[in-house]
Design a protein. Structure first.
Length: 132
């Protein structure tokens, strides 16, 4: 298909929907996707910032679903959920500002609660708790 660098915002989000719906062992409710995509859109107003973030999220979701990376367990309102921390570029020293918050279902599937920037446009764990 089209190269990432030539995509519009809309194409990026369509690409994200497509990628997430094709990862085996990963579940995300449409309403959760819409809310998280909206938050992502707000967190990265510049297209050149949004593009590497979307690419990183897709890669991270694939890594998580395949069991290639480890995550940490959460507590309080998110008891039973886990959080995976990653950055948009694989360069060393960059702050891991991105998160995927999820639960593991009884069948072993990952149930996505939230994804995107840790702090923008609001605390990601607050959105995740709403989706528990």
């Amino acid at each position: 298909g089209k190269s990432w660098s030539y995509m519009t915002r809309q194409e990026l989000f369509l690409e994200l929907i497509d990628a997430l719906s094709n990862i085996p062992g990963l579940t995300i409710e449409p309403i959760v996707f819409v809310e998280e995509a909206r938050a992502l859109d707000e967190a990265y107003p510049a297209l050149e910032d949004l593009t590497p973030v979307v690419v990183a999220i897709i890669r991270a979701m694939k890594d998580l679903a395949a069991g290639r990376v480890s995550s940490s367990s959460l507590s309080l309102k998110l008891e039973g959920a886990r959080s995976y921390h990653f950055q948009k570029n694989r360069s060393q020293g960059e702050k891991a500002e991105l998160r995927i918050v999820y639960r593991i279902l009884d069948n072993g599937a990952l149930y996505i609660l939230a994804f995107g920037n840790r702090w923008r446009p609001e605390a990601i764990y607050r959105r995740a708790a709403k989706h528990m």
